[in-house]
Design a protein around this ligand. Structure first.
Ligand code: HSC
Length: 700
């Protein structure tokens, strides 16, 4: 059996090192080993103080998430009981925190009498991001240590804080500079404690304050800020118990809430997302042995909103960027916009003046392609037009050094056709950033027919370095995200011709938890942009005269969306208002197209939009464009505002039932006559899955 604990004695101190790679997740075996090491130290009269630490590893990333949903979660010693036992040891018990103390890892530290941490360690209770609440005493011990408001902030946000902040809050008793020897300092601290009486562990009595009104207000605010999400409300209920109940009863209440949370579909969905994020980086044909190319200099072509945002990502990570434009005014505008963006961060206190200047010095503007000769990675972000992009790539092929990675930020075009104009298609890859590129986490990495494995591996590595979540897609129109958007948005547009209003459609979608409805999104992205994409594919869609007809009509009327204050909605400043004119246009178009208008129910809107979205995602899997269903889910959660707590469209389909989804598509296909026959075609993989009685979406 692996040795999970390193037990050492240093005179009167017992040093208990957790060594369960990679992150000291507190699975059953580690809990067992930890319990017996602590018993040994507690029972040894020669041991006067105990130090827990991560042996050459982070302190602990918490409960083993892989155990959730299995009986191992509860198998003795279960984490809450183990920590309760540790909290009763009547010797100083120190947590020496390096790396991270997250979730159950921080709760382990909270059950100790003292915490010493390296200043750059990160401490947090991120359970809410998994649809859970801290379930091993965190909701009771943290508020007793740092106060209700600070504790709630940590638990509701789930974002870890650094140990310096933890020290200021009273969570960490002593800080150690990043380059110091943590364990030696912890031993020194423990010896100091031997000379002083042991301070009381968190009080047993209820906290009392802040009272009913505070919690009622918090509940209402959470319901407005995080509609539909159960975990934040459970966190609140548990913290309320800390105020109203003595510690043992509070811990029991926390357990009850934790069990409810763990059994909820929202927690299952968020766990699916957690593992999908890690799985997404595992690509067949690429492993640790795949060589990586060095990326020391990046170039971005196009200083518009997208190019500027892309450049900022690299600059933020300390990588110098050359930004190329063809016209001096456009270059000046682009550089000024980047500075302006940084100034906003400065005003918000997220950046110091020195950091701002340092970032701007990493940025070099140019009008001359010859200046790209030393770039290791070039990202083209010019107008979405194949001919223009091919011209850029021909030039890059001339000027870039051998081995440079040439990337296109196309959102719909054929990366193979772009690569084909170069003499180095193996070096070409698609990097589809989402707008605003400096903010959005998703990056679709498009693997062309000839993209070399080391090019793909390098782009995945660099994506992680700049804080993105890369998801690999094969080549097809729109890749994973925009290809799925097409049938989803097509149904939404059609429903408006059939009698729904844009606001009704959007309300159903946001009611499901989507950040934005289809029409608000089109207004934001620009109806003109969607029109240009359709123009390039008119041949493929000519058989349906009603196809996105409403959007085309709005385009013809110059209603481009938010930028013209009119689109599917009207805008007064930032306020979005329903526009009866759009409904009138839809009525006229429906008449011209011979579409019978009727009252459309919310359920039909949900089913037709969502089932078509799901259907296309399943088709992408079957075609091998997406490697697994989790990748499809990640794209829609991180790029299109699909609620993470529903796990993404394909996880949601599993929740609804695959047979129900297929049955729904077939029923609407029949009901909608010629239109249904044209577009509502079930994906063959969905049919095979249902025929085989499968409940999970996988290739079969
Ligand atoms: C929790 O603690 C609940 C508790 O409150 C109470 C429980 C009580 C229950 C009992 C009641 C009776 N588990 O991310 P990386 C794996 S909930 C299992 O690529 P990085 C990860 O899958 C937990 N596995 O590395 C990956 O494996 P792979 C709260 C975990 O350096 C590998 O480690 N804690 C794991 O970018 C490397 O991960 C959290 O939510 C875990 N807890 O980031 C923390 N954590 O190589 C979640 C990681 O096979 N973790 N793995 O793919 C993280 O945030 C990040 O992983 C780190 C490292 C920042 C730790």
């Amino acid at each position: 059996m692996l040795q999970l604990i390193d037990y050492r004695r240093d005179h009167e101190l017992a040093l208990i090192g957790l060594c369960h790679s990679p992150v000291n997740a507190l699975g059953h075996e580690l809990r067992q080993a930890l319990a017996s090491a602590c018993q040994q130290a507690a029972g040894d009269p020669a041991v006067r103080a105990i130090i827990l630490h991560g042996q050459q590893l982070s302190f602990s990333a918490g409960a083993d998430i892989g155990e959730f949903g299995t009986p191992l979660t509860w198998q003795a010693p279960a984490l809450p009981q183990l920590l309760d036992d540790l909290a009763r040891i009547d010797k100083p018990l120190l947590a020496a925190i390096d790396g991270v103390a997250l979730g159950g890892g921080l709760e382990l530290a909270l059950a100790c009498s003292h915490r010493i941490a390296r200043a750059d360690a990160r401490l947090g209770l991120p359970e809410v991001r998994l649809g859970l609440l801290p379930g091993a005493g965190g909701t009771q011990r943290l508020p007793r240590l740092v106060g209700v408001e600070a504790a709630l902030e940590m638990m509701l946000d789930g974002q870890p804080l650094d140990a310096r902040k933890g020290h200021a809050l009273g969570l960490v008793d002593r800080l150690v500079e990043p380059d110091a020897d943590l364990l030696a300092q912890a031993c020194g601290f423990a010896r100091e404690l031997l000379d002083t009486p042991l301070p009381a562990r968190p009080a047993q009595s209820p906290l009392g304050e802040p009272g009913n009104d505070f919690f009622r207000l918090q509940e209402a605010q959470l319901a407005a800020r995080k509609p539909g999400q159960e975990a934040p409300q459970r966190v609140l209920a548990a913290v309320r118990a800390a105020c109203e109940l003595a510690l043992p009863e509070g811990l029991a209440r926390e357990q009850e809430l934790f069990r409810q949370a763990l059994a909820s579909p929202q927690a299952t969905a968020l766990r699916h997302q957690f593992f999908a994020e890690r799985e997404a980086l595992k690509i067949p044909g690429i492993d640790a042995a795949t060589p990586l190319r060095e990326i020391a200099r990046v170039a971005v072509i196009g200083a518009g909103t997208m190019g500027g945002g892309i450049a900022m990502n690299f600059v933020n990570a300390g990588i110098p960027v050359t930004l190329l434009e063809v016209k001096p005014e456009a270059l000046d505008r682009g550089l000024a916009q980047i500075r302006k963006n940084y100034e906003i961060s400065l005003k918000r206190g997220k950046l110091s003046p020195a950091q701002l200047e340092q970032r701007m010095t990493l940025l070099r503007g140019t009008l001359d392609y010859a200046d790209l000769a030393d770039a290791d990675l070039v990202i083209e972000a010019v107008f979405e037009n194949l001919t223009i992009k091919q011209t850029v790539f021909r030039t890059l092929d001339e000027v870039c050094k051998p081995g440079a990675i040439l990337a296109s930020n196309t959102s719909t075009l054929d990366v193979d056709q772009i690569a084909a104009v170069t003499r180095r298609p193996r070096d070409v890859v698609g990097l589809h950033f989402f707008s605003p590129a400096n903010v959005m986490r998703l990056l679709e990495v498009v693997r062309g027919r000839e993209t070399a494995p080391d090019v793909l591996a390098t782009t995945l590595r660099i994506a992680k370095r700049i804080g993105k979540l890369p998801v690999v897609s094969g080549v097809c129109f729109g890749f994973i995200g925009n290809r799925m958007l097409e049938p989803y948005a097509r149904e939404a547009h059609r429903l408006v011709l059939e009698g729904a209003s844009p606001a009704q459609v959007d309300r159903v979608l946001t009611g499901l938890g989507l950040a934005m409805g289809v029409f608000a999104m089109y207004d934001l992205a620009g109806i003109d942009i969607g029109y240009l994409v359709r123009e390039a594919r008119r041949g493929e869609i000519a058989h349906d005269p009603g196809y996105f007809r409403l959007a085309d009509e709005l385009y013809a009327q110059g209603r481009y969306g938010q930028k013209t204050a009119r689109g599917f909605y009207r805008y007064e400043g930032r306020e979005r208002l329903e526009d009866p004119e759009v409904v009138q246009i839809a009525e006229r178009l429906a008449g011209e197209l011979g579409i019978r208008r009727r009252a459309i129910g919310d359920q039909e809107i949900h089913d037709r939009c969502l089932f078509m979205l799901i259907n296309e995602g399943i088709q992408l899997l079957d075609e091998g464009i997406a490697l697994r269903s989790g990748d499809v889910d990640l794209v829609w959660i991180n790029g299109y505002g699909f609620p993470a707590w529903r796990g993404g469209p394909l996880h949601y389909a599993e929740h609804l039932g695959l047979a129900e989804v297929l049955g729904g598509i077939r029923a609407y296909r029949e009901q909608l006559g010629a239109y249904g026959e044209m577009w509502l075609q079930p994906a063959p993989l969905l049919e095979r899955l249902v025929a085989a009685g499968k409940t999970r979406i996988e290739a079969c």
